[in-house]
Design a protein around this ligand. Structure first.
Ligand code: UD1
Length: 432
């Protein structure tokens, strides 16, 4: 049964929220975990749908997966019996392609259903395939499957034509068990790349330079057991930072690495919100209407595309005219129509949104178009006058752990209801 969120806006969020482990790191790390025949323990795992789908996928090919608790899993790849993965669920998560790099590195062979994920524009995988070919593998796409095979993988010098998180991680996975030395130039520098590299190194890989645009990998013949804790999710943290500012609240966001949040912090400060940094927490508060700015999404350390819908939503409430340029994915303004129904004034021209700030939103029945935009619309509902209902929240559940519970603990009036629960809706309206 499909669920929806119902909200009554207008409560400033106050209190403390603890951030979960980074989904996009965890996806790479789970794939990497099957590359050893020894048992790997992964902690601070976010309990979200994308992660559970990927765990099911590796179980499906024979890996042993023991869920110790919601946030801890033990994986053993020695029982893998198949290098082909094709079923519906895997097509729905983008990161299923990490199994290509992991299986190719370990078994020199892999077939994985072509990835899906959020519909935020065309999402080619040519750079992943280019990397695999440079290591000496064949790589073809046929009948909706990506197939890759090598007699032997040999280290190589690879220059990425575009800065790609996925291609960087995938090539790193395959190359860490290739013969000899690989250099990835023009590599992506996102914190999750560093996290996956640290994890692989803790398994005995030899990867240097992750977090810079030149990654150097010396191949090893085997990887071993490890215990590892995933870094905090900078996008979940950033979403709560925006929620604090948008509701004119005061929130301490715990279990974060403030450095990873700088692009968002700097913009919040620029438009007038207050941001205080601690060792592993940030406090965001604001009491007055914020100002306008210009934003352009860029690869890390630039402003993250995954924070673009949330920030655009905030700028829609701010004074003056802002512009937001989306330079990573061409179709990432699909939430604009929904936000307009709540009163936002946004005009999209090509990859630029011109946002004329309005003093407030009004509640409406809207649909989450994808993961991050869905979260942005929920925050809009927490600001809006009256009742907002957001459906298609399955997208939000892909990447936000217990979103409504964390918001509720900050004072938000929000409930998750089945879409046909008319009585629940009436009850919420009466109580709110
Ligand atoms: C990852 C994140 C996603 C985030 C994005 C950018 C995961 C699971 N997802 O997605 O949340 O929005 O990084 O920070 O970690 N490109 C090519 N050819 C390729 C690969 C990519 O042209 O082979 C292009 C894409 O179309 C896009 C750009 O490169 O314009 C960046 O994409 P990429 O960094 O690969 O994004 P993902 O890894 O898919």
């Amino acid at each position: 049964m499909e669920n929806q969120y119902i909200m009554k806006g207008g409560v400033p969020l106050k209190g403390e929220v603890t951030i979960s482990g980074m989904k996009n790191s965890a996806l790479g790390i789970i794939a990497a975990a099957i590359m050893t025949d020894e048992t790997v323990t992964i902690d601070n795992l976010p309990n979200v749908r994308d992660i559970n789908v990927l765990l099911d996928a590796i179980k499906g090919i024979g890996a042993t997966v023991v869920r110790v608790d919601d946030h801890k899993v033990r994986i053993n790849g020695s029982t893998i019996s198949d290098v082909a993965i094709d079923y519906d669920a895997i097509r729905r998560i983008r990161a299923s392609y990490y199994l290509l790099g992991a299986l190719l590195g370990k078994y020199k062979e892999a077939s994985v259903a072509l990835p899906g994920g959020c519909d935020i524009g065309s999402r080619p995988i040519d750079q992943h395939l280019k990397g695999f070919r440079a290591l000496g593998a064949t790589a073809t796409v046929e009948y909706g499957m990506v197939n890759t095979y090598a007699d032997e993988l040999t280290g190589s010098h690879i220059y990425l034509d575009v800065v790609s998180v996925g291609a960087t991680i995938n090539i790193m996975l395959a190359a860490c068990m290739a013969n000899g030395r690989t250099v990835i130039e023009n590599a992506a520098k996102e914190p999750h790349i560093v996290d996956v590299a640290n994890f692989l190194n803790s398994m005995g890989a030899s990867i240097k330079g992750a977090g810079t645009d030149k990654i150097r990998i010396n191949g090893v013949s085997r990887l071993h057991a490890t215990e590892y804790s995933i870094v905090p999710d900078m996008i979940e943290a950033g979403t709560f930072m925006i929620a604090a500012a948008a509701t004119k609240g005061d929130v301490i966001i715990k279990n974060v690495i403030p450095k990873h949040l700088e692009a968002t912090s700097v913009k919040l400060i620029e438009i007038g919100a207050k941001v205080e940094e601690f060792d592993d927490a940030v406090r965001v508060y604001s009491s007055s209407r914020l100002g306008h700015t210009q934003i352009k999404t860029l690869p890390y350390p630039g402003f993250p595309t995954d924070m673009q819908p949330q920030m655009s939503m905030l700028l829609s409430l701010s004074e003056g005219t802002s512009t937001v340029t989306e330079s990573i994915f061409e179709n990432r303004f699909k939430y604009v129509d929904e936000l307009s129904r709540m009163g936002a004034k946004i005009k999209v021209e090509g990859n630029v949104a011109i946002i004329e700030g309005v003093p407030g939103f009004t509640g409406a029945a809207i649909t989450a178009p994808d993961l991050r935009a869905g979260a942005a619309l929920v925050v809009a509902g927490l600001v809006a006058d009256g009742i907002t209902i957001v459906d298609s929240i399955k997208y939000i559940e892909r990447g936000y752990e217990a979103f409504e519970d964390k918001l509720k603990a900050l004072g938000a009036k929000i409930e998750k209801l089945a879409v046909d629960d008319e009585r629940g809706v009436q009850k919420f309206k009466m109580m709110a």
